[in-house]
Design a protein around this ligand. Structure first.
Ligand code: FES
Ligand SMILES: [Fe+2]
Length: 337
């Protein structure tokens, strides 16, 4: 190919969408081996996370007010100290148990709204802080009481593009399932074109882990993302890996947005009032592009963020339904594979 033609293709990464109807796709069920998906999920579940759990988006923990979440059955409160640092600890006030997420933050101190106990992040009256980590996209907390692992100094973080040239958005949804069901959904790349025809076309899995676990533990997938209106698609090659027991990462290796990352973090919440497990899916999209318009896009990031979130939320409605179904089948002992 001449340099001129290469440059031409570079300016026009989108192709006309001529992939036909949903039922015309290549069936994937023979390739999507239940045993292979289960084995990949079990290998992921064996990897350490060092007791670190995602609390939420970095930008969701603001200076003005406390942020509350239940993680692995533990009520957690987080807030920003006077220097903007991430602080966190048990969410019940040590005095009479008030929900600290309903307190106020003044000059970096969390003040209980029942009787005014000020908490500055240091131990007080039996309350002690949890280790935290803010990676700039996600806020993390380390819960050694429930993690059951050897603690690590910081979360297992996959490589990400530089935030200076990226647009990031974080989506959160919760479903009735366990983290392993979310991982299993994400480690089944074959479902993309069938379950999400509004987003993906021409999907082919070009590499999957060997059934005995030898070789690279990753999935390599060629897929075209449909643009809104469905007239055009963006061809990409993506690589899926599971760096720890609660995370699956998709990295765009080739094509438009190469270097972009989608991290899916499956965070156990606790149980609902029927005793069923709840899992929160926190998905961080960190998108980059060397297209000329993207710098402008980055300046518009606050406007684009809800759009990215909406797209991810639609995917996750269907993926959560998959994960929840998998949990139900496991309960009945009827999960194939
Ligand atoms: S319950 Fe928090 S100060 Fe009394
Ligand atoms: Fe999916």
């Amino acid at each position: 190919m001449t340099a001129h033609r290469r440059a031409g293709r570079r300016r026009l990464p989108f192709r006309l969408d001529g992939f036909g109807g949903w039922a015309d796709q290549e069936p994937m069920w023979r390739a999507a081996s239940p045993a292979l998906i289960t084995a990949a999920t079990e290998r992921a579940l064996s990897r350490p996370a060092g007791n670190w759990f995602v609390l939420g988006a970095t930008r969701a923990v603001t200076a003005g007010r406390p942020f509350g979440r239940t993680v692995a059955g533990q009520e957690v409160v987080a807030w920003r100290g006077s220097g903007g640092e991430l602080l966190a600890g048990p969410g019940a006030c040590p005095h009479l148990g008030a929900p600290l997420c309903d307190g106020r933050v003044r000059s970096g101190r969390l003040i209980c709204h029942w009787h005014g106990m000020p908490i500055d992040g240091r131990p007080i009256a039996g309350w002690a802080p949890y280790p935290t980590y803010d990676d700039g996209v996600l806020a993390w907390v380390r819960l050694d009481v429930v993690g059951g692992e050897t603690p690590l100094d910081r979360p297992v973080l996959p490589p990400r593009p530089s935030p200076a040239r990226a647009i990031e958005a974080v989506t959160e949804t919760t479903g009735v399932c366990e983290p392993q069901d979310v991982l299993a959904n994400r480690l089944d790349p074959w479902h993309g074109g069938w379950l999400h025809p509004y987003s993906f076309a021409a999907l082919s899995v070009v590499e999957a882990p060997a059934s005995d676990g030898s070789g690279p533990d990753r999935f390599v997938v060629d897929v075209s993302y449909r643009l809104p209106g469905r007239a055009m698609v963006v061809p990409t090659r993506a690589v899926f890996t599971a760096p720890d027991r609660r995370t699956v990462v998709m990295r765009v290796q080739d094509g438009e947005g190469a270097g972009s990352v989608v991290e899916t973090h499956a965070v156990p919440v606790g149980v609902d009032d029927r005793g069923r497990p709840l899992t929160s899916v926190v998905e961080a999209v960190i998108a980059v592009s060397d297209r000329p318009g993207f710098a402008v896009g980055r300046l518009l990031a606050p406007a684009l963020r809800p759009l990215v979130r909406r797209t991810a939320a639609r995917l996750w409605r269907d993926d959560l339904a998959y994960a929840q179904r998998r949990w139900q089948l496991r309960q009945r002992g009827r999960l194939p594979g």
